[in-house]
Design a protein around this ligand. Structure first.
Ligand SMILES: Cc1cc2nc3c(=O)[nH]c(=O)nc-3n(C[C@H](O)[C@H](O)[C@H](O)COP(=O)(O)O)c2cc1C
Length: 364
């Protein structure tokens, strides 16, 4: 299937996906907001961090097992929620949930199959990502359906009250292709949105449907309608992390939404130390935005994350080779983390700490 050589890293998958997808669709997946300063920073920040390996540690037996929200995971990865996977491959979220094997997958509210269809087909544990609708009965129905279908956690996205200004989409006059539907919302007849001239349909959709008044007190309401653990995704400040914990969040995701929301915010890896110092072991800290290499994962774990979410590279795997592409992307980054752990003298995740980060030592 690959004319040259098969992809050997996540960046190869991005290149192949770029070749395969239409420009408008690739841009929707790859794009950032405004000037893409945060998007670029998400990789630049990892490039700036240098590692400080330990030598002559017995790393013959390595494992990357961890426990998260009471469940054992064979590795510290979760697939990030991503809307409109149907534009990458007809099997969309179903191929993601099969290809992920036992890695938990977060299904977006804006998935291309219904959350029930995905649960039916999935190999992996599933989490459900929730956008809070102005019409609370839609929100409540989604939560009840996710719980009934066996989803294990609710990931409430808190950095998306309005859509970021994605100029590539505006220039491309991006709108939902005819063959891609927002299946979860089909009953609510919300699955067709017409692009406004000069605006992306996603932006129009958000401003018409998603509730920008949702605030801390509404979390109590959300907690009252579900038994599922609630994870807040999109936190970039220590005080908000503390508030999340005080309001009963089971975990947080330190994230800037892959540079797609507010431009010029820092890379999530750069705000992680402040948040980890505030939260300690009080609740798990997940992180995404810009993870492309095993060493990126090791740096995130060293600076206080318990696990990481993989976003765009999973979409590239899906676009290039469906379920098998998703599987390979996740295998590659696990293999890279294994190599990084061996070379850093870390037989297990508990051996990964801030002492492995060269920059932080220099700053002391
Ligand atoms: C195409 C695309 C769609 C996304 N859709 C959602 C979504 O529906 N809900 C959400 O919380 N985050 C969404 N995100 C953000 C991801 O969950 C994640 O935070 C981001 O992709 C991380 O950045 P990275 O992929 O560059 O590592 C989306 C990201 C992309 C690239």
């Amino acid at each position: 299937m690959f004319s040259d050589h098969p992809p050997i890293n996540l960046l190869d998958y991005e290149q192949l996906a770029r070749d395969k997808l239409t420009r408008t669709i690739f841009d929707y997946f790859a794009g950032g907001s405004d000037d893409s300063i945060t998007l670029r920073e998400n990789s630049a920040a990892y490039d700036r961090i240098r590692l400080r390996p330990r030598i002559l540690v017995d790393v013959d037996q390595r494992n990357m097992e961890t426990t998260l929200l009471g469940k054992t995971l064979s590795s510290p990865f979760i697939v990030a929620p991503m809307a409109l996977a149907g534009m990458a491959h007809p099997d969309a979220d179903i191929a993601i949930a099969r290809g992920a094997d036992n890695t938990p997958v977060t299904i977006s509210t804006l998935s291309s199959y219904s959350l029930e269809e995905i649960a039916e087909a999935a190999q992996s544990p599933l989490w459900f990502q929730l956008y809070v609708y102005r019409d609370r009965s839609i929100t409540q129905k989604l939560v009840e359906r996710a719980e009934a279908a066996g989803y294990q956690a609710l990931v409430v996205t808190v950095d998306g009250v309005v859509a970021g200004n994605r100029e590539r989409d505006r220039r491309n006059e991006f709108k939902l292709p005819e063959n891609v539907t927002l299946k979860n919302l089909y009953d609510a007849k919300l699955d067709r949105v017409i692009a406004l001239p000069g605006a992306s349909s996603v932006a129009a959709y958000f401003s018409s449907q998603i509730d920008p008044s949702f605030s801390w007190k509404d979390l109590e309401w959300l907690r009252s309608i579900t038994k599922l653990p609630i994870i807040l995704k999109g936190i970039l400040r220590a005080d908000d992390a503390r508030r999340a914990h005080n309001h009963g969040a089971a975990a947080i995701v330190v994230s800037n939404h892959g540079g797609r929301q507010l431009d010029t915010v820092p890379a999530s890896i750069d705000v992680l130390p402040e948040i980890a110092a505030e939260i300690g072991d009080a609740m798990p800290i997940l992180l995404d935005s810009g993870i492309r290499r095993g060493t990126d994962v090791l740096k995130a774990l060293a600076l206080g994350a318990n696990a990481v979410m993989i976003g765009r590279p999973v979409m590239w795997g899906l676009a290039v080779d469906g379920e098998e592409g998703v599987r390979r992307v996740l295998e590659i980054i696990q293999e890279e983390l294994d190599t990084a752990m061996a070379l850093c003298g870390c037989p297990s995740l508990k051996d990964i700490d801030a002492d492995l980060i060269w920059n932080s030592i220099r700053e002391q």
